[in-house]
Design a protein around this ligand. Structure first.
Ligand code: FAD
Ligand code: DLZ
Ligand code: SF4
Length: 510
């Protein structure tokens, strides 16, 4: 008798078009899926994220069964569940008499290594849910001194033909960011994100997750995210209709009580397979062609997906498992406890953290220029920052989270992803948000009791890392600005920063 193969489908591989499923034989092979404490707890993932993944997995298992696959599925509360992926693979291999496992390459070195060391035959197939294969990225990267996203993005435009007129970019420019990134207007009424009603599968998962992972940071209720491809497509369509036209304009804006503004809220669906990146971009391109959205918005959006998202993935696999251990700036501080409570007088940080607690979501500029910027200025150990981002965000899987956090945000890769550190004083946050107006601190003050902490920390960061950055051509102006300041002001600024850093290290309220 021909032995069946086991086909492992992980929690972020939920599409019928998955490489491992395409290779499988419906008449004999068995698909296995496993909810496991080990995956929910290797960092304490946000309960909303766990619920999203478990519910989407359960819905996908039903889809597989309905299309004729034999599926063995471990629920996390099954008494025989070994609570780790390898344990479940070996249990099922024994049960069905399989000796080969076929898996689409996971998006995390931890799991790749675990499967490569497994005591059974494992065939790992390239994950082709991306526009560029790993080999293509390596070929692009191999003769480059610096790996800047913009040039990779142009390759992806040429490859996909998105927004192309022959071999020229539509509108005669590759990038329309100069027209984007407006400060927020005084008043904004941003469209509400699409909310879905939960079916019995989701309700059961929510109750389970609420009881089982109640020590994790974050609220499981209310839960309104999509959990199937149909729902995810509906969310995308509504985004295109209601928000895309202003996506570019307010991409970098932040507003009190407006967690989503004109963002798409689709990274969770793209990263788990509920949406396909190329199909998504084709739909968005159509919005330009049919006059629903302007070029600056559509180009900006497509760049995020075929540019940034693909580039970030390329970097993760190019740089290997050690990427997450780098600490170029030798930052050593502990992550302040307010990253878990929002209990800080800094309005911007408190907004980002509390919103993350509620939705498991914050948009890009909040992640980069508020929580990321603060951690970088405050000399926090990048490993701790990385574990925070990986656990709290619903879209966080290591392949996408790590280069964003460690590379783009914390500069711990020494400048592979970012050509200079993303740091700012309070002035940038004040320009791009309305947070400062209701903050305890004064954004214009550097030294007083109520001086915005970002201000002194910004200068202190530059001085602390002068050797590394003063010759960076993009940072020369910052150092010249410092040199122009009065000597007393300079020493008072550094003393103020020292006091803030000491307060942070002693876990005092700031
Ligand atoms: P929109 O702003 O509407 O953008 C549309 C899409 O573009 C997103 O859905 C996403 O798929 C893609 N995109 C945009 N920027 C990036 C980027 N830098 N890298 C990859 N894709 C991008 N994104 C994740 O998907 N998972 C993460 O774990 C993650 N961690 C991050 C950590 C830090 C410190 C920073 C600065 C950024 C991180 N990002 C991450 C990128 C970005 O913040 C999110 O993709 C975005 O906020 C998701 O929300 P949205 O769907 O509303 O995106
Ligand atoms: C993030 C996550 C969680 C919380 N739970 C599971 C799970 O129970 N089963 C599973 O197969 N995958 C889960 N995942 C996703 C994995 O931990 C991992 O991040 C991705 O598969 C990497 O590509
Ligand atoms: Fe943030 Fe400073 Fe503005 Fe307060 S004043 S919201 S701490 S930037």
């Amino acid at each position: 008798m021909v032995k069946p193969n086991l086909i492992l489908v992980l929690g972020d591989q939920l599409t019928l078009d998955l490489a491992a499923i395409r290779q499988a034989d419906k008449s004999k092979d068995v698909i296995i899926m496993a909810e496991a404490d080990a995956e929910a707890e290797y960092v304490n993932h946000h309960p909303k994220k766990i619920a999203f993944i478990f519910s989407a997995m359960r819905h996908f298992a039903n889809t597989l069964r309905a299309s004729g696959w034999k599926v063995l599925y471990s629920k996390v509360d099954d008494p025989q569940n070994s609570q780790n992926i390898l344990g479940e693979i070996l249990r099922y291999a024994d049960q069905v008499g399989a000796n080969e496992l076929i898996v689409t390459k996971p998006g995390e070195w931890r799991l790749i290594e675990l499967l490569n060391d497994a005591p059974l035959e494992v065939k790992m197939i390239e994950d082709d849910r991306f526009i560029a294969s790993q080999v293509e990225f390596e070929n692009w990267a191999h003769d480059k001194k610096t790996l800047r996203m913009e040039f990779f993005y142009r390759e992806m435009r040429r490859k996909t033909g998105l927004l192309m007129d022959g071999d020229k970019p539509i509108g005669d420019k590759w990038n329309f960011d100069q027209e984007n990134r407006k400060s927020p207007p005084k008043k904004i009424i941003s469209p509400a994100p699409t909310e879905f009603n939960n079916d019995k599968i989701t309700e059961d998962v929510l109750a389970l997750v609420n009881a089982r992972y109640n020590s994790h940071f974050g609220d499981v209720y209310p839960f309104n995210y999509a959990v199937t491809p149909d729902e995810a497509n509906l969310a995308l369509d509504k985004f295109i209709k209601n928000s895309l036209p202003l996506f570019g304009d307010y991409q970098d804006a932040m507003m009190l009580g407006e967690p989503f503004l004109y963002h798409a809220l689709i990274s969770l669906y793209l990263n788990t397979g509920l949406l396909d990146p190329l199909e998504t971009c084709r739909k968005v391109e159509r919005a330009f062609i049919t006059g629903i959205a302007p070029l600056n918005a559509v180009e900006g959006f497509i760049r995020q997906i075929i540019g940034w998202r693909e580039y970030i993935r390329g970097i993760y696999f190019l740089k290997g498992p050690d990427y997450i251990n780098q600490n170029y700036l030798n930052a050593k501080g502990k992550l302040p406890s307010f990253y878990w409570s929002g209990d800080t007088k800094m309005q911007c940080v408190s907004q980002a953290v509390l919103q993350t607690k509620q939705y498991s979501y914050a948009h890009h500029i909040q992640r980069l220029m508020v929580t990321g910027n603060f951690a970088l200025l405050a000399d926090i150990d990048p490993k701790e920052v990385h574990r925070w981002y990986l656990s709290v965000y619903i879209d966080a899987f290591e392949w996408v989270e790590a280069p964003n956090t460690l590379g783009m945000s914390q500069f711990s890769d020494g400048g592979v992803v970012a050509s200079k550190p993303y740091i700012s004083s309070g002035a940038y946050i004040n320009r791009m948000s309305n947070y400062c107006k209701s903050c305890h601190y004064d954004v214009k003050d550097k030294l007083g009791d109520r001086a915005c902490p970002f201000n002194a920390l910004y200068w202190d960061f530059l001085i602390r890392h002068k050797e590394k950055f003063s010759s960076n051509p993009r940072m020369g102006q910052m150092y010249r600005n410092w040199e122009r300041q009065d000597a007393n002001l300079k020493s008072a600024t550094l003393a103020k920063a020292k006091k803030i850093l000491s307060d942070i290290s002693k876990n005092r309220m700031i």
